[in-house]
Design a protein around this ligand. Structure first.
Ligand code: LLP
Length: 387
């Protein structure tokens, strides 16, 4: 059973995001407990999953670094109090101003995604009389077996440098004055639930490291990205991902020397389960073949179901134990894809009922838009209700 402070919600305008701070902190504790078992492991929170300032501050307090993919994310991370030397910066299309901002801020490292980007960083460093640490983002051509829109490590994806071009890129860096090669970066995709996919990545990383070793190169930093999935079907039975299995798998399968450090960029697994999108039923409509529960939250508030056919558990907070009916739960946006769930069994619901869409802490608020000139959703933390 999901327990949310429904009473406190009653007078609040909907829709809004609600974050269970206790669960977020428990998740971060569980993560840190496992990271502590591997002294060479470093975790950077992937800002893109949720850039809510208060969430970022809690994550910063837990001692994590941060992974950014835009100048805006770097600015937000710095505002939240992250230290620049804990920032890694990825992205296939870094603009000049973003590179300059990163250089001015003295971030730890650029995860570089093309040979041309290397040249631009070198040129901007030269103009600014700066040095830059660089990890090469490699496209390992490993299948993450997740939704195609969140697969990033296949040859057909725009991300990273092909394995075959890595040596060329390193030689290029060696001829540069301002750029220093410090490691390799990988990220094969998101919402990965089978650890075998990460194991495949380890195999790829190991063979590339072996190849570089033959050239007497042993990079100090190996960044394996993020991607650990969460249980969208049973959020209450699995509120915290199995970090132990995840980290142990990497510890067991990566073949590293004792100086090499492993960096992780976890997003969803840290913030996914602590967030809910809370909404009200506006109308219950009997269509020709379907019964629609029309909410005041729409795809502009939570895009995942429309974009990835993602399934989020939905609960009726006002009438949890009424007899069940089958509904299509939809939003008010003028798009047929504005559907949260089709043919779902829910307690009989009425206009005004409060509904919670679960597991919405990652890529929910962060991807909200003002489509249809709707307002961006507000957000609350449990702390706002003294919980
Ligand atoms: N590192 C890089 C380079 C990434 O591109 C991503 C996610 C992460 C780390 C964090 O991955 P995570 O641990 O959160 O899986 N909007 C989609 C997910 C997009 C993920 C983009 N990159 C969704 O709602 O499922």
């Amino acid at each position: 059973m999901i327990s949310l402070p429904t009473r406190s919600f009653e007078n609040l305008p909907t829709p809004f995001y609600y974050y269970d701070e206790g669960l977020l902190r428990a998740t971060l504790d569980a993560l840190n407990e496992q990271v502590a078992r591997h002294p060479n492991f470093i975790v950077h929170y992937a800002t893109k999953a949720n850039a809510n300032l208060r969430i970022l501050q809690i994550i910063k307090e837990a001692g994590l670094g941060v992974d950014c993919v835009s100048g805006g994310e770097i600015e937000t991370a710095l505002r939240a109090g992250f230290k620049a030397d804990n920032i890694v910066f990825a992205g296939v299309g870094k603009s000049d101003w973003e590179i300059k901002l990163a250089l001015e801020s003295n971030i730890f490292c650029f995860n570089v995604e093309s040979l041309q980007e290397l040249e631009v960083i070198e040129q901007l460093c030269n103009e600014m009389n700066q040095q830059a640490n660089v990890c090469l983002r490699v496209n390992p051509n490993v299948n993450a077996h997740t939704h195609k829109n969140i697969t990033t490590g296949l040859a057909e994806n725009k991300f990273g440098i092909p394995v075959d071009s890595v040596w060329e890129a390193i030689e290029k860096i060696q001829a540069m004055k301002h750029v220093r090669f410090i490691g390799l970066h990988f990220h094969i995709g998101s919402q990965i639930v089978n650890l075998n996919d990460f194991r495949e990545l380890c195999t790829s990383v190991n063979s590339l490291l072996e190849l570089l070793k033959q050239h007497n190169i042993e990079p100090e930093h190996i960044n394996v990205g993020g991607g650990l999935g969460i249980d969208y079907d049973n959020p209450t039975s699995h509120p915290i991902p199995d970090f132990k299995a995840y980290f142990d798998m990497y510890a067991q399968h990566l073949q590293l020397n004792e100086r090499q450090k492993v960096h992780f960029e976890l997003g969803r697994s840290l913030v996914g389960q602590c967030g809910y999108l809370v909404s009200r039923v506006l109308y219950v409509k009997q269509g020709q073949s379907k019964r629609f529960l029309i909410l005041d939250a729409g795809m502009n508030d939570l895009l995942r179901p429309a974009l990835y056919h993602a399934k989020h558990q939905i609960v009726n907070l006002s009438n949890p134990s009424a007899t069940s009916e089958v509904y299509d739960v939809v939003g008010p946006v003028c798009e047929s894809s504005d559907v949260f769930s089709r043919d779902v069994l829910l307690p009989q619901s009425h206009r005004g009922d409060l509904m919670a869409i679960c597991s919405a802490g990652a890529y929910g608020e962060a991807m909200a838009s003002q489509y249809n000139c709707r307002q961006l959703p507000k957000s609350y933390l449990s702390d706002d209700f003294n919980i």
